[in-house]
Write a protein of this length. Structure first.
Length: 150
């Protein structure tokens, strides 16, 4: 469906660049809601999922809040709060840094790794996107978004 129909806009956009910006914002919100709904069955949010994936990428090494924050998709997320929620769910653990007591290392637990494996088997490459565009189109859109950000 066209963005004009989605947002019920009757007038033409002032420019294709404005249309693109609104379309990206709308699509981002749609993608977040869809992903959030999918992850709800696993008891985690998209932000928690993002942190778990970052920690899995670091595994078996630990990470700290600064490293996690720098790699998060939503840079405005409260990393400490997200890590605390994941700790309460026993998906991550905090480990005292032996060389610098001011820093805390964060590591994904086996339970966290198992949860991500379970999600991986069910997500099947984001079926809700895959049904609408081809792999080649996905690559093209991704390349254009990379180019847009410069």
């Amino acid at each position: 469906m066209k963005i004009e129909d989605e947002i019920k806009q009757s007038k033409k956009f002032k420019s294709e660049f404005l249309r693109l910006a609104i379309n990206i914002s709308f699509t981002s919100s749609w993608l977040y809601r869809t992903n959030s709904q999918f992850l709800k069955q696993y008891g985690i949010s998209p932000e928690q999922f993002n942190v778990l994936r970052i920690l899995r990428g670091q595994h078996p090494n630990c990470a700290n809040n600064q490293l996690i924050s720098s790699r998060m998709i939503d840079k405005s997320s409260n990393c400490s709060r997200i890590v605390e929620k994941l700790k309460q769910k026993e998906l991550v653990e905090r480990i005292e840094n032996k060389t610098d007591r001011r820093h805390v290392d964060i590591s994904i637990t086996k339970k966290g790794l198992d949860l991500l494996s379970k999600i991986d088997t069910k997500s099947d490459e984001m079926e809700f996107i895959k049904g609408n565009i081809t792999s080649e189109e996905a690559k093209q859109i991704s390349d254009l978004l990379d180019k847009m950000r410069g």
